[in-house]
Write a protein that binds this ligand. Structure first.
Ligand code: GLN
Length: 513
């Protein structure tokens, strides 16, 4: 631990101390929020520290959250160049904002009254890196975005086989509230109204409605990393009052004996309307999506909410059925599992990478947010996030947010040695911060220290020896950095290296003796 933290400290230190500002900036650029429960102690400790932080203080900070601290400072987060990524998202967001097509849902007054200009986008990675833009602290009801969660709750409680005795896995090819069932008299899938009513009927069957509701709310909170999850009672009352189609669907299913035994139909419908009326911010929704991206474990609290094989089931159905009648087109163009709701919300789950939530209330004819879909298309045109993007290889110049430009071992060492030759310490620090080992050798087994000695870069040599690199590394000609310094005739570097225990190679010693 001490060795590791010493080299971490040295990476960031200038004249024996690390600047508080630099640390704050590093955490900020990595998308770490002050509100992140993993970092509350660290930020509190940091606030009480002076501008220049010594090694002991640095270790105190590190001990507040060791794994995360190292990961952030080493630039090893899920999206390594997070600040660049956010900058690009901001650009896509403002391009999308110009799109004012579509109209508000008007089947209930509560949705018809929402300000149509509202627009929010939030992202959260599986390492809990967060970024939001626009109206990201406004609450909106989740509507059909609740369907995947209701399905997951049903899976957790009943298992895959049992749940799929009651609901299918096939796109319906019809609108979300079409009065239709599959050939077995079951709902086509859990992402349309009939299917969501059915999954709801499989949750906490023996409990009272109030306990069931409490349970669901607590699960939503767990998914959203304990951020606020609300309930819009007016939406709920309106949904219930105008929900003739949903009543019709439920009665139709009852007629076909599709429900499990002793299901109270009106309770089940009430539960469905309640789930549609849950409200969140785009920020909370992005954390929820990130929990799914992370295989069911919330990235910021570490709480395991769902089993990962059930998350897989859910994402499969989101990819084929998540965007109503646009699902096929969306899977083709965007290729990210998503779910939309008539409030104008869409959330996306990029497996093992991130969750994204977008909210803009104007809808297209199919019931999807116009800006939401537009944003997703632009995102897919800019980034390799499609499920099958690994097929396209180099014939594609879109960016990959996972890719750390400096983390390819060979690319990294070439850049590092070139920076040593140029005396570019800023670049060298950046490379180390992104995880490059300063002892790495190039294809001729030369280290940055050899190169810096050869090109008389005193400051670089000083930086490297203070960091504790191997001063006696031997290249493929059998030479040490001291041989290089002597050959270059730089006496300052020669004596600095000697002070740090450098010796010449056996071959050089024989020559000089
Ligand atoms: N409350 C809406 C309904 O049941 C939700 C549908 C949706 O978001 N597509 O019709």
């Amino acid at each position: 631990m001490t060795d590791k933290s010493e080299s971490l400290f040295n990476t960031f230190a200038a004249s024996g101390a690390v600047s508080k500002l630099v640390l704050l900036e590093t955490f900020g650029n990595a998308g770490m929020l002050r509100s992140d429960p993993r970092l509350v102690r660290l930020f509190k400790a940091l606030d009480g520290m002076p501008e220049q932080i010594d090694f002991d203080q640095f270790q105190i900070l590190q001990n507040c959250s060791p794994a995360l601290f190292e990961k952030v400072l080493n630039g090893q987060m899920a999206v390594p160049q997070f600040a660049d990524f956010c900058h690009e998202l901001e650009r896509i967001f403002s391009e999308t904002a110009d799109n004012v097509d579509g109209k508000l849902a008007d089947y209930i007054p509560q949705l018809a009254r929402v300000n149509p200009e509202k627009f929010a986008m939030s992202v959260c990675t599986i390492d809990g890196q967060q970024y939001s833009i626009g109206d990201s602290s406004d609450f909106f009801c989740v509507q059909s975005c609740s369907k995947p969660i209701t399905y997951l709750l049903a899976l957790e409680e009943n298992g895959e086989n049992e749940v799929h005795n009651y609901v299918g896995t096939e796109p319906s090819g019809k609108t979300f509230n079409e009065l239709t069932l599959n050939s077995k008299g079951r709902p086509h899938n859990p992402m349309i109204n009939a299917g969501a009513i059915m999954s709801g009927s499989l949750i906490k069957r023996g409990q009272t409605s109030s306990d069931r509701f409490d349970y669901v709310m607590s699960k939503w909170r767990e998914l959203a990393g304990q951020m606020k999850v609300g309930f819009d009672n007016a939406v709920y009352l309106s949904e219930r009052q105008t929900g003739d189609r949903n009543f019709a669907l439920a009665y139709f299913m009852r007629e076909k004996k599709a429900f499990p035994a002793d299901v109270e139909l009106l309770d089940v419908l009430d539960f469905y309307f309640q789930c549609c009326s849950i409200e969140v911010t785009s920020q909370a929704m992005s954390v929820m999506a990130a929990t799914l991206a992370n295989g069911g474990t919330c990235p910021i609290t570490g709480v395991k909410v769902f089993r990962s094989d059930y998350v897989k089931n859910c994402l499969s159905l989101m990819s084929s059925c998540g965007l109503y009648d646009f699902s096929g087109e969306f899977a083709f163009r965007v290729g990210i599992p998503g779910k939309s709701g008539v409030s104008g919300a869409i959330f996306l789950v990029v497996p093992n990478l991130m969750g994204i939530a977008i909210w803009s209330p104007r809808l297209d004819e199919l019931g999807n947010s116009v800006r939401g879909v537009d944003f997703c298309k632009r995102l897919a045109a800019r980034y390799k996030l499609h499920a099958f993007d690994s097929m396209v290889g180099l014939r594609d110049d879109r960016l990959d947010p996972r890719r750390n430009l400096y983390q390819s071992r060979y690319g990294g060492v070439v850049a590092f040695c070139a920076a040593a030759k140029e005396g570019d310490l800023v670049e060298m620090r950046g490379l180390i911060a992104r995880g490059l080992d300063p002892n790495t050798k190039d294809y001729q087994e030369r280290t940055a220290l050899h190169v810096a000695a050869r090109y008389k870069r005193l400051a670089v040599v000083q930086y490297l020896v203070e960091m504790g690199v191997d001063v006696n590394a031997i290249d493929s000609w059998g030479h040490t950095p001291l041989d290089d310094a002597s050959a270059a005739g730089d006496s300052a570097i020669v004596s600095l290296l000697r002070e740090h225990g450098a010796s010449s190679s056996p071959a050089e010693r024989i020559k000089t003796e």
